[in-house]
Design a binder for this molecule. Structure first.
Ligand code: F6R
Length: 631
């Protein structure tokens, strides 16, 4: 996901920016760029020099070696790593963007970019890139043309923006300033003890210079200058005080990115893990929806007439969720099997069946055994695995690698979400294939196209959801305090929410050692409802989707029997909220099918906060192992 660094002070800016961007590489990106202030005009008559490139940071590091001396000695600049949402990951679409004398970088989504673009075209502007980001530069340019200073122009321009986005702007007209705005995506600023100031998408690039940082809130604007950093309120434009925080981080905690536990860090890394996984799965140079990269795994998937998933634990939950997506979008027959059961059955597989092992570790003994046995029988096999070189990856005929990166917390979080994404992508790719086969060659399928579009912006939406001040993390903390002594928990849901309910219960058991059951909401009355009394908590997953009303009826049944209710639903669902003792609103996502990507972090955080209060060993829960290599 996009990363931002800005610096002004006494150090060579190019070094601060490139080092800072390297610290943000973990966020996932597909192009990079830097902009440096010059003391005198360059050969193009401008005072800000830009270098950018598609691909990895090293491309820009190479370009930086041939910068003119005055750019190399520059003491002020901004840098960016981009993950493409609007427009392909090309050099032209890479940030920084120049619009006249305005140069900017941007992180997030401008939702009303189409309207803004039309208005700008009507005003005679000609955007050079396909990005939504560049448009903001035109807005600032027009406001400055009316006589406003850079800071005021940014404030006024922001009034027309709908969406979650942070921007950092420079102008050749006010070369001693960098203006940064946080609006939904994170931004941290700090004073450089040797003079000047720095800002970045997180504290990692800053810790090199100081441990005292300002965590900006949504709607905060910072103005960096050689004199330091001043904060303003984006709505009123008035100066405001932002308290500084001293990060007394041990090396170990720096390794954990400042988080008290790896699990929490990994929960927050989920948007990045999704970005990296999409990059790994797709051939992003293609324009169609869900263009899977070409390899043996893709061939096997595309040829399959029926899918049989085998997995254990959380990976089995991922497969179950995948079934809902695959049936809905790809209309393909799917079965989901527990590997430990399947391997000792005598299953009947039809010709055309593809057996898919889903495993984060790639080592799980039961899943591996099934893949080996199927291979022996000549059944095509595919693996969805997070660890390269792992036995399941080596055994299966084709492999898709999720790109969650190393997951250190034993209880899976980000690896699971990347499995979700992989299976959603399978559904999208098979749906697109099906559409072509039905004689609509060259045409597009609106349902799949919309899903793809919404999937590309999902990591941004998830970041905003996780990082919101007083958002899901805070809500989970408050709820945990009230429920830490509950006798037991049920997690219930229907449709897409059912596998998430299973996962929520598993997480709570694993890390907090609290008894919890995940149930399909419709199953409660077939037995488990006998357990319900006022010592029981029922976590109800009821987003506004096709299943919501039925789930709410089940909620009423357990509420009538005294259970305390935690609901997770649409922010606008005041009825659901009124029925609940505790409430976690979900983000408004365009597509119901993507809600599991937000519901899952919500149940992860709830379990995490309860575990913190219980004082358990969260990253290494008792009796559990990361790789289960025995039966
Ligand atoms: C739960 C968890 C486990 C694993 C299961 C299978 O947090 O991580 O339930 O999902 O042990 O492991 P893999 O996915 O490595 O095959």
């Amino acid at each position: 996901m996009c990363g931002i660094v800005g610096y002004i002070g006494k150090r060579p800016a190019v070094e601060v920016l490139l080092k800072g961007l390297s610290r943000l590489e973990y966020r996932g990106y597909d192009s990079t760029g830097i902009a440096l202030r010059l003391e005198t005009e360059n050969s193009e008559g401008s005072k800000i020099e830009i270098r950018k490139s598609e691909g990895k940071l090293e491309n820009v590091q190479k370009l930086a070696t041939s910068l003119p001396a005055q750019a190399k000695n520059s003491l002020c600049g901004i840098g960016h790593t981009r993950w493409a949402t609007h427009g392909k990951p090309t050099t032209q679409n890479a940030h920084p963007h120049r619009t006249g004398h305005v140069v900017l970088v941007h992180n997030g989504i401008i939702e009303n970019y189409q309207e803004i673009k039309e208005e700008l075209l009507a005003r005679g502007h000609k955007p050079a890139s396909e990005t939504d980001s560049e448009l903001f530069g035109f807005l600032v340019l027009d406001e400055m043309a009316k006589g406003l200073g850079l800071r005021e122009a940014v404030i006024v321009s922001f009034r027309g923006i709908i969406g979650v986005c942070s921007v950092v702007v420079m102008s050749e007209r006010e070369l001693g300033k960098i203006i940064g705005v946080r609006n939904g995506t994170p931004m941290v600023a700090a004073l450089d003890p040797s003079g000047g100031a720095i800002l970045a998408s997180d504290a990692q690039p800053i810790l090199e210079y100081t441990n005292d940082v300002f965590f900006m809130g949504d709607g905060d604007l910072v103005e960096l200058s050689e004199g330091g950093a001043e904060f303003f309120d984006l709505t009123t434009g008035l100066p405001k005080k932002v308290e500084s925080t001293h990060l007394d981080w041990s090396i170990d905690r720096i390794d954990r990115g400042g988080y008290p536990h790896y699990m929490l860090k990994e929960i927050y890394e989920q948007p990045t893990a999704l970005v990296d996984t999409l990059n790994a799965l797709l051939d992003r140079a293609k324009i169609e929806s869900f263009p899977l990269a070409k390899h043996r795994g893709t061939e096997l998937l595309m040829a399959a007439e029926e899918l049989v998933f085998v997995a254990c634990g959380s990976s089995w939950h991922a497969a179950l969720l995948g079934k809902y997506w695959l049936e809905k979008y790809a209309r393909i027959s799917v079965s989901v099997e527990l590997a430990s059961e399947f391997r000792y059955r005598d299953p009947v597989l039809r010709p055309g069946a593809l057996v898919i092992g889903v495993s984060q570790s790639g080592e799980t003994a039961d899943t591996l055994a099934v893949i080996r046995a199927m291979k022996k029988q000549g059944v095509p096999t595919l693996a969805v695995v997070n660890v390269r070189g792992s036995p399941i990856a080596r055994e299966a005929e084709g492999v898709f690698f999720t790109a969650a990166g190393p997951e250190i917390g034993v209880a899976s979080t980000k690896a699971l979400l990347t499995q979700f994404l992989t299976l959603l992508t399978f559904a999208g790719a098979l749906s697109a294939k099906r559409h072509h086969e039905h004689g609509k060659k060259g045409s597009t399928d609106p349902l799949t196209d919309a899903l793809f579009k919404n999937t590309l912006v999902l990591p941004h939406a998830l970041t905003a959801y996780l990082e919101a001040t007083d958002g899901v993390a805070k809500q989970a903390q408050t709820i945990a305090k009230s429920l830490v002594d509950a006798k037991g928990f049920f997690f219930i849901g229907r449709g897409y929410s059912y596998p998430v309910a299973l996962e929520g219960a598993l997480k709570l058991k694993e890390i907090a050692y609290v008894h919890a059951e995940g149930y399909a909401a419709g199953e409660l009355k077939h037995g488990p409802i006998a357990m319900i009394d006022s010592d029981m908590v029922v976590v109800v997953l009821a987003p506004k989707d096709a299943w919501r009303d039925k789930t709410v009826s089940n909620l009423e049944e357990v509420k009538a029997r005294g259970a305390r209710i935690v609901s997770i639903g649409a922010p606008s669902d005041s009825h659901l909220r009124s029925l609940s003792d505790f409430w976690i609103p979900l983000p408004e996502l365009e597509d119901d099918a993507l809600l599991p990507f937000a519901m899952t972090p919500a149940v992860q955080l709830l379990s995490y906060e309860i575990a913190v209060l219980k004082g358990t060993d969260i990253d290494k829960p008792r009796n559990l192992a990361k790789s289960v290599t025995v039966e």
